[in-house]
Design a protein. Structure first.
Lengths: 306, 323
């Protein structure tokens, strides 16, 4: 350690140069979070303030009206929030279990079809049927259409996650441990559950987080497979619908018969969109300090050797 | 295991039996994901026959299978159609140019940031920068599109307000083509630079400190150390990411090009890429054959690019090749 410190001093840049580095890196780092802060401010601005001075870091008047309106008058927001959570929870559990099982078998050097299944998943990384055949087959043959399965199934397996997980097993689970368990008469599944899973918790946490983020952030499956049954839309898809069609939510509320059309004309549509953005980002931002460590560890392990 | 084999014939028998059983049990572990890949990845590869058919829904039996078999073979007609439209060419050009810019800047900037970050003496500040920079990576393009909208919105956006306040002409950002190539490049870097920076930073942290020490003792300046120690050490990683990106050169990030311009038709000349083109064509014309052909072309070119890039890298530096 002392040797490392010494070498650092020996080779470090001048104070002036370091200041320049701080300015460049600091500005970019700030630039990465300022838009989020801005959107939070907009969502708490009053509609009045936005009509007069536009989106501003210092609104004329603060207001909780948008959130109150969203939760009281627009049941679809609740529904979509629930959809997002449901898809994320179920999807994460299934995809993580599938990934752990598949990668564990690939990690085992004594698995007869190891090379075949390694290539089987790797090949899907470099070649695919493309959007159209995948869409047609999923919809027409596999029945992934207008249901929750259509939002969960298409994201279940990621060959990238399989590589990360397998690399993790390789670096943290000694084969001797598995051999010892087998000699003691432990079955394959109980070895996996009782020995491998407990010592691979950090790796599994990484994969689970990546999966959870993929599900939470997904809007593409809804875009493809939910064309009529809009009640199942996750929050991301709802927000995307509002890109072109600001009135979409209010019309939807009208259809559902919960809000009168009169009401919807004075709806805070501008701030509403930003409030939805906040609802999507806040869970990530809150969990971020805790999961960042895992993701960094997992990704650097996975990327060391593909 | 081995001891069982060498003991008695009876044990040999159970050894062989347990070996088969083990294989079987491990097969049940790969089964869920393997079946998934079979159905959602390999079956659609078979579906690529659509690219050579004039797919029409069979009115008497409108299931997929019967429609597929009743659709006429058209050989390469779908591909010809593809290149007849000007939009397709514009989409191909956009995809290639954007991806090239992303690949080049996506190496230079994160490597530069990682090297800079590594020179900071206050490690907790460097950690803080990393944490902030990595954040956008976890957001969806839908969310990012609204972040941008807060600044560019024609009615209430911050930039038009500032332009108006300054008394200058107000730009309608969502209908003006000029700035969009820069906006898209910036958005992509904004979202992804933090991730790559962290990867390179991890690689730099793995470099043996004695290499720098030796260089410093020999009187190497900071620049020389970066050029002759840091960058050569990162070469393997740059190569791998380069191969993967070259393989995807005909695949654009759908979310970026679909969401960030907020699906704005006026901006299509500079925002339409192959992926969005295929999506809109499938949605608007419903021409399954032609859009499948476009996808097939995209994937075949991608496959050749990835194999080619891997080969080139292998020749230059066999350690860095992916496979």
């Amino acid at each position: 350690m002392s040797r490392k410190n010494k070498s650092r001093r020996l080779t470090s840049v001048s104070a002036g140069a370091e200041l320049v580095l701080h300015v460049i890196l600091g500005l970019f780092a700030l630039c990465c979070v300022i838009p989020f802060v801005f959107v939070v401010i907009i969502s708490f601005s009053s509609e009045e303030s936005i009509r007069t001075i536009g989106y501003s870091f210092i609104p004329q008047e603060w207001s909780l009206e948008t959130y109150r309106y969203a939760f009281e008058k627009l049941p679809q927001i609740w529904r979509s929030f629930f959809n997002s959570i449901f898809i994320t929870v179920v999807g994460t559990l299934l995809s993580t279990a599938m990934c752990v099982m598949y990668s564990y078998a690939l990690y085992r050097p004594d698995f007869k079809f190891r090379n075949f299944f390694t290539f089987f998943s790797f090949f899907t990384m470099i070649f695919s049927g493309g959007l159209v055949p995948t869409y047609i087959i999923s919809k027409q043959l596999l029945g992934l259409s207008e249901n929750y399965a259509a939002l969960i199934v298409p994201l279940l397996v990621s060959p990238f996650n399989i590589i990360v997980m397998r690399t993790f097993f390789k670096s943290s689970v000694p084969m001797e441990l598995i051999e010892a368990a087998t000699v003691d008469g432990s079955g394959e599944y109980s070895t996996l559950l009782r020995i491998v899973v407990p010592i691979s918790k950090p790796g599994i946490a990484t994969i689970a987080l990546l999966n959870a983020l993929a599900y939470w952030n997904d809007w593409f499956q809804a875009l493809l497979y939910l064309r009529q049954n809009k009640a199942l839309q996750p929050l991301q898809a709802l927000l995307m619908e509002l890109q072109k069609n600001v009135e979409y939510l209010n019309r939807m509320a009208g259809q559902l018969g919960t809000a009168a059309i009169m009401e919807s004309t004075k709806a805070p549509t501008q701030t509403l969109r930003m409030a939805l953005v906040v609802m999507l980002v806040v869970p990530i931002a809150c969990a971020y300090p805790f999961f960042q460590r895992y993701i960094v560890a997992g990704l650097t392990i996975g990327s060391v050797k593909g | 295991m081995r001891s069982m084999k060498t003991s008695k014939p009876a044990a040999l028998k159970t050894g062989r039996f347990s070996k088969a059983k083990k294989t079987l049990v491990l097969l049940t572990m790969v089964a869920p994901a393997a079946i998934w890949m079979l159905l959602l990845r390999y079956l659609p590869m078979g579906g690529l026959v659509l690219a050579f058919k004039n797919y029409k829904i069979n009115p008497r039996n409108p299931t997929f299978i019967s429609s597929l078999f009743n659709s006429a073979w058209v050989k390469f007609d779908n591909f010809k159609f593809l290149f007849m439209t000007e939009d397709a060419w514009a989409a191909i050009r956009n995809t290639l140019v954007y991806n090239l810019v992303f690949i080049v800047l996506g190496v230079i900037i994160p490597v530069a940031f990682a090297i800079m970050m590594n020179e900071l003496t206050k490690k907790f500040v460097a950690k803080a920068y990393q944490t902030l920079m990595f954040f956008p990576y976890f957001l969806s393009w839908v969310v990012v599109s609204y972040f941008l909208n807060a600044f560019l919105d024609a009615q209430y956006g911050l930039l038009p307000s500032l332009q108006a306040a300054a008394g200058g002409p107000v730009t309608n950002w969502y209908t003006t083509l000029g700035p969009w190539p820069y906006i898209l490049v910036f958005s992509n870097l904004w979202k992804n630079v933090g991730y790559s920076t962290i990867l390179y930073l991890a690689a730099i942290a793995g470099i043996d400190a004695t290499q720098y020490e030796a260089a410093a003792i020999d009187g190497a300046t900071k620049w020389q150390q970066i050029r002759h120690v840091t960058i050569p050490n990162l070469r393997g990683m740059i190569a791998i990411l380069f191969i993967l990106n070259i393989g995807k050169i005909f695949n654009a990030d759908f979310g970026l090009f679909y969401n960030v311009p907020m699906q704005n038709g006026a901006l299509f000349p500079v925002t339409q890429v192959v992926d969005t083109y295929i999506y809109y064509a499938m949605l608007n014309t419903g021409n399954i054959g032609m859009t499948s052909a476009a996808g097939l072309l995209q994937n075949v070119i991608g496959l050749f690019c990835i194999l080619g890039a891997n080969r080139v890298i292998k020749r230059i530096d066999s350690e860095s090749a992916l496979f």
